[in-house]
Design a protein around this ligand. Structure first.
Ligand code: GDP
Ligand code: MN
Length: 382
């Protein structure tokens, strides 16, 4: 899961990385109160799960309470790359001598953490990597030894840190590595990592992605789930443990396994339809999961037809059929369902569906045939 800037900074602080003092504000009054407590000037920062806030007008410096009120009002009315701003972070403004870049991320192809550092920070780092690759230092780190101080110093020098802050940068890199390792992150990025005129090194921004597979080890991360900021349907899906992504078409899709769902979306698009969602019921989904998933699809009012594409491996098609039958008796959907069952216990699953004789359920043998039928049925209801 992705963290908001202030949540990332909370983890930074916990591991000894220097960050500015600040406070969360949910409305203008809270923002003004926070500014008065912190002392001016302060920075008003939109807390949204996307980058490029500065360019979009989501980061402003306020010299006094009037300016703070004005900026807070303006920023709370913004939508940045499709994300409505609902929360602000107010922090004591920093003086900046230089803006550096630092990151630790999981490099899956190398099966090792990758530490990156550049003295050309603050801006788009992809651009630095493209135009001046020599200014972006990249080093893999062994999980066994971690990032040593000596390695961190080398990386700081390779990324052209000013000599007088090499130690400070190296320390920041080691602490950022600790955040990455101890908190089970897949990404911990600071852009900019600033050097102040007093030559202190401090994280001015934070971008942290935590590994969801390690979530059970970190009950203290639960408040970071930002459930109030995500789509209500996606949130319900998360709570029920299914992968759901809202799309803007009218064909509800359910499959088992992310790969199968992705290809189902492609096939639907290929035959001229538009998927309403991505929904992966997961490997080994039982009847209960299928019922929950059906409910999720049906709560999207844009859906005109539903396509079930199941290729049973661990998932048993008879379980899927049972789930669908349960869902029908509970929800009595008025929509057409095209159901393709193949793989483990497909014959049993099809037989169950035939016996149940659910209104509006159309069996289909292949993926393309199923997609065509779903697209036709949806079109007939437009
Ligand atoms: P982003 O645009 O989403 O990456 O948001 P950042 O937190 O990185 O802020 C964008 C830019 O605003 C930074 O690169 C800084 O140049 C500037 N900025 C942020 N905080 C401060 C601050 O405390 N003082 C000053 N002078 N500039 C700041
Ligand atoms: Mn930034």
């Amino acid at each position: 899961m992705d963290l908001l800037e202030y949540q990332g900074k909370e983890l930074f602080r916990k591991h000894g990385l220097a960050v500015s003092e600040g406070a969360v504000a949910n409305d203008v009054e809270e923002a003004v109160a926070a500014g008065q407590r912190l002392g001016f000037p302060v920075v008003v920062k939109a807390q949204v799960l996307t980058g490029g806030r500065g360019k979009a007008g989501g980061v402003k410096i306020a010299a006094d309470p009037q300016q703070l009120r004005h900026h807070a009002e303006t920023i709370l009315a913004l939508e940045i790359r499709g994300h409505k701003v609902r929360r602000l972070w107010i922090e004591r403004a920093s003086e900046i001598a230089s803006e550096y870049y630092a990151a630790v991320l999981l490099d899956r192809s190398a099966r090792a953490p990758l530490v990156m550092f550049s003295s050309e920070g603050g801006i788009d780092i992809e651009e630095v990597a493209r135009a001046h690759p020599e200014k972006l230092a990249r080093r893999h780190v062994s999980y066994l030894t971690g990032l040593t101080r000596e390695e961190a110093v080398e990386i700081a020098r390779a990324g052209q840190s000013a000599e007088d802050v090499v130690e400070g940068v190296a320390q920041a890199l080691c602490r950022l590595y600790a955040v990455f390792k101890e908190e089970d992150a897949t990404l911990a990025e600071i852009n900019p990592l600033i050097v102040t005129p007093q030559r202190q090194v401090r994280a001015l921004d934070a971008k942290v992605t935590l590994d969801d597979n390690a979530r059970f080890r970190h009950p203290d991360h639960e408040p970071y789930a930002n459930l109030d900021l995500i789509d209500p349907l996606e949130r319900r899906a998360k709570e029920e443990g299914v992968q759901y992504v809202q799309l803007d078409g009218d064909i509800g899709i359910l499959g088992n396994g992310a790969g199968l769902v992705m290809s189902t979306l492609d096939v639907v698009a290929q035959v001229g339809g538009r998927p309403a969602n991505f929904l992966d019921a997961g490997g080994g989904a039982n009847a209960e999961k299928i019922r929950q998933a059906t409910e999720l699809i049906l709560s999207n009012p844009a859906v005109k037809a539903v396509l079930f594409n199941i290729f049973g491996g661990i998932t048993r098609c008879d379980e899927v059929a049972k789930g669908l039958i349960e869902a029908f008796s509970a929800l009595k959907p008025a929509l057409p369902f095209v159901v393709r069952l193949d793989g483990t216990r497909a014959a049993e699953g099809r037989e169950l569906l035939a016996e149940a004789n659910l209104p509006g359920v159309h069996p289909a043998a292949g993926m393309e045939e199923a997609a065509r039928l779903a697209v036709e049925l949806a079109a007939a209801r437009r």
